[in-house]
Design a protein around this ligand. Structure first.
Ligand code: HEC
Ligand code: HEC
Ligand code: HEC
Length: 427
């Protein structure tokens, strides 16, 4: 799968040389000459439809209640709110007027005719895509019915509201590097890495964030609290995923529930909107790659001090967490947290009990949950919410019990922690 040739490469070259214009003018990334009507894109639109699902373009580019792919979904960041754009074929407000070269340039370099794009758009991942796959995506998007929908104005604080400031951010934090192919890599491993690091943009949630929301190389798939969400995403590596075989992990990705764990929170959404559509061979390839990622952090215990514990000092809790667990939880999760097959996940070694950050465990007990409905798990069982049934001190006691017994996280969770997580918006 080679790089672009001929006329397309020429057009991309034009647009790259003009890149500095973005530093001085808002819409300066491409000249008028680079635009205009273009004949039907050459890519394979049906492959593009598949790739768009794996890249989850629809979820980010659709606002609740809005037309599919017409944009407008808000993204809260440390600097304010950014809105996704219209990817339909509307010539004024969507991609109807774009050339294939312009689209490639936006996907690869995060620069469009609107200037430098914010990293809420995962171009650092999409940069890995082959030309063939980018062209397939473009052919698919250009086949979507046009919807006129201008993106709402972003609501950001200075200097983030000034697109040229992104050039400075980019120079500090963005390092596009081609993926090297190790000599002993199997085709499945290479395909898996291509999907995980490229379209799947898994590190966007599963990476450890550095200064100002950057994703430094040493935070790659190292886990952390997801910005703007009330969820912690675990590291993805051979140690975290040791309890799954490659087949079981592929099953988790496509079906969202296995006897070793069920997807919840924003991962349930990722499985439902995207990964359940994976071809079996692609799920297997991703699992093969993920199981090969070297463990993060060596033998040291993960550092829990980075995470929010509202209770400044560990508190003694008058409630007996073990007894409350037996009364409220053991019927589904088992007396010793062993779970019941795929219907009720084990708590022993579960993400939420081993994580340094207790937020997932607290939020699951507060709100309950249900794994995504998938072909392999068409009638998922659910967990009820306990927010109205147990008070904060009881929830704190239960969560402390499950984490200290089955996750070896000795830091107690306090009622104040539960109150603090209650307030965090979860979407
Ligand atoms: C995690 C959310 C997210 C995902 C996933 C995502 N996008 Fe976006 N995308 C955004 C946001 C936010 C913007 C607006 C960025 C800005 O205004 O600087 C954007 C902007 C774009 C732009 C630039 C449009 C313009 O008018 O300048 C293109 C092209 C694009 N996305 C294509 C895609 C495609 C194709 C996919 C799927 C393969 C995709 N995006 C997946 C969030 C996302
Ligand atoms: C929108 C944020 C988000 C994205 C994107 C995302 N994840 Fe997750 N993921 C999470 C969260 C939150 C959890 C913890 C909840 C859970 O275990 O279901 C999680 C959990 C997981 C787990 C379970 C780990 C375990 O030990 O049981 C796996 C496997 C996983 N993700 C794989 C992936 C892969 C592969 C991708 C990319 C295709 C991905 N995730 C993309 C948020 C995300
Ligand atoms: C009716 C059965 C049921 C009961 C009762 C129940 N759960 Fe659950 N629990 C589930 C199911 C099903 C899931 C998976 C939910 C999902 O994927 O969204 C789950 C998931 C969880 C998780 C996330 C595990 C992980 O992989 O990280 C935790 C933590 C949890 N439950 C704790 C509890 C606690 C504590 C109680 C008692 C207060 C409880 N549950 C009561 C069914 C139950």
């Amino acid at each position: 799968m080679g790089r672009g040739t001929g006329a397309a490469a020429g057009a991309a070259g034009r647009c790259c040389r003009r890149f500095p214009a973005a530093a001085t003018g808002r819409a300066g990334a491409l000249s008028r000459a680079g635009r205009g009507r273009h004949h039907a894109p050459a890519g394979d639109a049906s492959e593009g439809a598949y790739l768009a699902r794996i890249g989850n373009c629809l979820t980010c580019h659709t606002v609740r209640g809005g037309a599919p792919f017409a944009g407008g979904r808000p993204f809260r960041t440390a600097y304010g709110t950014i809105y996704s754009t219209n990817l339909t074929s509307d010539p004024q407000t969507g991609l109807g007027d774009w050339s294939a070269a312009e689209f490639r340039h936006a996907m690869r370099n995060g620069v469009s005719r609107h200037g430098v794009l914010y990293p809420a758009f995962p171009y650092a991942n999409f940069a890995h895509l082959t030309d063939t796959d980018i062209d397939a995506l473009f052919a698919y998007l250009r086949g979507l019915p046009p919807v006129q929908a201008p993106a709402p104005a972003n609501d950001l604080v200075w200097p983030a509201n000034w697109r040229p400031a992104l050039v400075g951010w980019r120079m500090l934090h963005y390092r596009p590097a081609p993926l090297a192919a190790p000599a002993d890599a199997s085709p499945a491993w290479l395909r898996g890495r291509y999907l995980v690091d490229g379209l799947g943009h898994c590190a966007m949630c599963h990476g450890t964030r550095g200064p100002r929301g950057s994703l430094p190389a040493d935070g790659y798939l190292a886990g952390g609290r997801i910005p703007g969400q009330g969820w912690y995403a675990p590291p993805l590596d051979s140690r975290q995923l040791a309890r799954y075989s490659v087949d079981q992990l592929a099953d988790y990705l496509r079906n969202g529930a296995t006897e070793h764990g069920a997807a919840y929170g924003s991962m349930a959404e990722v499985v439902y909107t995207s990964l359940r559509h994976l071809r079996p061979t692609d799920a297997q390839a991703m699992a093969t790659y993920l199981k090969s990622v070297p463990p993060h952090g060596g033998d040291e215990a993960p550092d829990a001090s980075r995470f929010l514990y509202a209770g400044a000092q560990p508190t003694s809790n008058p409630h007996n967490g073990g007894r409350l667990y037996q009364d409220h939880c053991a019927s589904c999760h088992g007396d010793t947290g062993e779970g019941r097959g795929r219907d009720y996940p084990p708590l022993r070694d579960a993400v939420s009990v081993t994580a340094p950050d207790p937020i997932n465990a607290v939020r699951m007990v507060l709100y309950g949950g249900m794994p995504p409905t998938t072909e392999g798990n068409p009638r998922p069982h659910s967990m009820p919410p306990y927010a109205g049934r147990l008070d904060n001190a009881e929830i704190a006691a239960i969560v402390t019990h499950i984490r200290s017994n089955w996750g070896e996280q000795s830091r107690p969770v306090s009622p104040a922690d539960v109150a603090a997580y209650y307030g965090i918006r979860g979407d």
